[in-house]
Design a protein around this ligand. Structure first.
Ligand SMILES: [Zn+2]
Length: 273
């Protein structure tokens, strides 16, 4: 998101006061108040929200308050002329950062980057979930179990139904994003909403498995993540071993997700393949 930075018309006059000039002169422009129609694809539902936080454009990915708080929405329409009773409306609370710049390589179903700034978790996670609320208290427990990254991850001891649903998620391409920085891994798995799976990877073994779907133990998101991670590691070892060895980092994003998200509603720009 970009702000227009400039001089306010009255900056010169205010410069005489005791307020430092820089605070007067360089200021982020307040976003224009708007009433925004948001479409939630997963629910095939749309609703209007009040926005005074962001400079929105049609096609932006947003998150809102209220009963749709966990669902990704797209801005479908923006109105600036309105008179409303504020208590009748929920607000837009977060805007996804969909600006991606950098070099991407191909793997089977994903694009891969070896630079920390191109598709980091901090950016991609804004496409899938709103920021945590300030009053949410999150407690993590951790077990010390380690599991070899194997063909079918049988050591995970997931129940057969959880395991099978994890395999389906993997095969259906639900693991949208994985990042590994040194030993620390994170993934985003799309289910009813986007869930973050965290893990550690060292010497061919994974440990410290956690998922924010709030289930206890091994869930389908973890199973799917590890199967996808194994596939990507094999591809990296085969095709990009040198560059990965140098960076100690990679992140991957589902090809369709990246293209649809960063090119949606863009009328300018180019892609070179
Ligand atoms: Zn989970």
């Amino acid at each position: 998101m970009s702000f227009i930075i400039g001089f306010k018309p009255n900056a010169e006059k205010k410069a005489d006061s005791n307020i430092p000039l820089t605070e007067n002169a360089v200021r982020k422009t307040e976003p224009k108040k708007s009433l925004v129609r948001v479409y939630f694809e997963d629910r095939d539902f749309s609703c209007s929200y009040y926005n005074d936080k962001f400079d929105l454009k049609v096609g932006d990915i947003v998150f809102v308050e209220g009963k749709m708080e966990n669902f990704k929405g797209r801005v479908a329409e923006i109105s600036y002329g309105f008179k409303i009773k504020l208590s009748d409306y929920k607000r837009v609370i977060a805007l996804a950062d969909t600006e991606v710049h950098g070099k991407l390589y191909m793997t089977r179903r994903h694009f891969i980057s070896f630079e920390r700034k191109t598709i980091p978790y901090s950016k991609i996670s804004t496409w899938y979930a709103p920021p945590l609320k300030e009053d949410d208290e999150i407690i993590n427990g951790e077990d010390d179990a380690t599991y070899p990254l194997s063909e079918n991850m049988t050591e995970l001891k997931a129940t057969p139904s959880v395991y099978n649903r994890g395999v389906d998620y993997y095969l259906d391409g639900n693991v949208k994003f994985i990042e590994i920085d040194g030993e620390n891994g994170r993934a985003i798995v799309e289910g009813s909403t986007g869930y973050t799976v965290e893990f550690q990877y060292k010497n061919g073994e994974v440990s410290k498995l956690k998922c924010d779907c709030f289930c206890v133990g091994i869930c389908k998101h973890i199973v799917a993540t590890l199967l996808q991670f194994k596939e990507i590691l094999e591809s990296v070892e085969e095709n990009y071993a040198d560059i990965y060895k140098e960076s100690g980092y990679f992140s991957v994003i589902n090809k369709a997700t990246l293209l649809s998200t960063v090119t949606m509603q863009k009328e300018q720009g180019e892609i070179t393949l």
